[in-house]
Ligand binder design. Sequence first.
Ligand SMILES: [Fe+2]
Length: 276
Amino acid sequence: MTPSAEPRPDSEALSAYEKAGAEAIDPRCIPQSLDSPPPVGDEIPYPAYTDEDHANWRFLFERQMTLLPGRAGEAFLDGVRLLGMTPDRIPALSDLSRRLEEATGWQVARIPGLLHEKDFFTLLANRRFPSTDYIRGRDELDYTPAPDCFHDMFGHMPMLTQPDFADFYQLFGQAALNAKGADRPRLERFHWFTVEFGLIRQDEGLRIFGAGILSSKEEVVHALSDAVTVHPFDPERIVEQDYDVWHLQDVLFVLESFEQLVEGFRDWTRRRGLLD
Ligand SMILES: [Fe+2]
């Protein structure tokens, strides 16, 4: 899941999503506000998926899992195992929620699609991961501009089993609720270059932990190629780095550890007065 910003009149403060959204016409990409609290954990029923839905999950899961050894970070691959994801069927959000809760105290909230920022950040701040439960159609297996449960479940949830990442993501939600003006697009860039497109250095070399890369066939091959310029993790630099949501990423940032992520974010948000 990716937050979507409230419309803001000041074009200087427009986020990359808003700028891109001005040209988008896909109704699934229009952010919604929640009119009641979303179901959480065991409150979430298992949808009546069709055979084609399960077949689409299987296709996407097997394709990514074939590409990921040697590319995805250890924490992500451990998370896939810990959450019990298999190609056989679309996982139940209630099962994923239970396993996440055992691992790091996070739960899953089922949401209807792209959310307005405030709802999205409020859930994160309460250690609840907003996830859709519908899957993209057969005609969108390579790419979908809209949220779907392959990205949300497979891309995002495994990293929430990593304790430092799990703590960082809650802090992110808390800081984002406090952010105003130019700090809002700064935080959106931080989210983009870590949660969605982050790399980490392991003993064996660079590995991927960002959900936007790990749930995409093209990004996963591109991210570790020579076509990408990789910078060391530096919050001050990340928050000023522009990006384009519609093309393969050509600049990425690499963490040395997940402790560096949580500590670096804590320091930056303290300096900005966003967290105590
Ligand atoms: Fe996402």
